[in-house]
Design a binder for this molecule. Structure first.
Ligand code: SAM
Length: 310
């Protein structure tokens, strides 16, 4: 039918998009200078790859990836053939062993592309040591920039973006996590954290304790994917939302900077009330005292008073 014909035509146009000079702008055969090419890959939707990233993946001599299967899948989606080129795994566990091999290729004058599993290499992902070693050896180091969850989340969270601090993953253990959050208490910048869905609730509990329930924040889930979901509100509202059911998918948490007034006694009381819902008086007092780096005795007394109120 006419409509099917039109749809086919659009699909063909989409595959072989032309720029205004009539040249094809889909992936091209080009000569790449020898060097190390960090290639950013999509964090969800495969079509978020850039044209230059496809050019590099198409023409580079050697491919290296944190997860070679993910890279091959992405190349398949975009019709980039491997053509007998080596594709090597390079990740946290084999970096020390694989770096000399990649450096040898670079020093022989080859072009090497590196992609992490998703998003931008080096951003909470491997690549730093490789970048440093290659730069120190005087090799060309360049990148095809592209998606990263930190920038995507900042774009959508509705919090100031003029100044931000990317913290990445905070430690798993509660006391280390509290210490990490406390270190950022008065940083005059929007804070960005990567978090796993399993740890979102404990993370938000600790964030409430350290920053106060009323700090504005957002959590951004499944960015660029089908079930993209942005929750905005105070830390207490986000905690209540996260507690309503199992949270799934990949998550970035964004927290607004400290406003001028420091955490006061009524904030501490509110935090103690939350902590007392799931902890003993002693543990709640210790937790809130640790969150603020204040003497436990005073907080313990406040916790006792709360518990004793009918
Ligand atoms: N290199 C990646 C980047 O540029 O964002 C980050 C890799 S790090 C190992 C993976 C973490 O990034 C996830 O646990 C999650 O916190 C965040 N992330 C990655 N993709 C995401 C997405 N589509 N939506 C929300 N968060 C995402």
């Amino acid at each position: 039918s006419f409509n099917r014909g039109l749809a086919q035509l659009f699909r063909r146009c989409d595959k072989k998009a032309k720029n205004d000079k009539g040249k094809a702008v889909s992936k091209r055969n080009i000569h790449l200078a020898p060097g190390l090419y960090f290639v950013a890959t999509p964090i969800g939707t495969a079509r978020d790859i850039t044209l230059r990233a496809l050019d590099i993946l198409t023409n580079v001599d050697i491919l290296a990836a944190e997860d070679t299967r993910s890279l091959r899948k992405l190349m398949d989606i975009h019709g980039v053939a491997l053509n007998e080129r080596p594709i090597l795994a390079y990740h946290d566990h084999n970096g020390a062993r694989m770096r000399p091999k990649l450096m040898q290729y670079l020093q022989e004058g080859r072009s090497v592309a590196y992609a992490s599993e998703a998003g931008t290499p080096l951003i909470a992902d491997p690549g730093f040591d490789l970048s440093k070693t290659a730069a120190e050896a005087g090799v060309l180091v360049t990148t095809a920039p592209g998606p990263s969850a930190v920038i995507t989340a900042l774009t959508l969270a509705g919090l100031p973006t003029d100044r931000f601090l990317f913290e990445g993953f905070v430690p798993n253990a509660r006391s280390a996590r509290l210490a990490a959050l406390r270190n950022l208490l008065n940083v005059p910048a929007t804070l960005v954290f990567y978090e796993s869905p399993k740890r979102l609730v404990p993370f938000l509990q600790d964030a409430c304790a350290v920053y106060g329930e009323n700090r504005q924040a957002a959590y951004c889930r499944e960015l660029t994917k089908k079930f993209e979901d942005i929750q905005r509100g105070t830390l207490a509202e986000l905690l209540a939302k996260a507690q309503t059911g199992p949270v799934k998918g990949e998550i970035v948490v964004i927290i607004d900077r400290a406003q001028s007034s420091p955490v006061n006694e009524s904030d501490i009381e509110a935090q103690l009330k939350i902590a007392l819902q799931s902890m003993s008086v002693r543990d709640a007092a210790e937790f809130v005292a640790q969150a603020h780096g204040v003497a436990k005795r005073k907080i313990y007394q406040m916790a006792l008073n709360i518990e004793q109120k009918p």
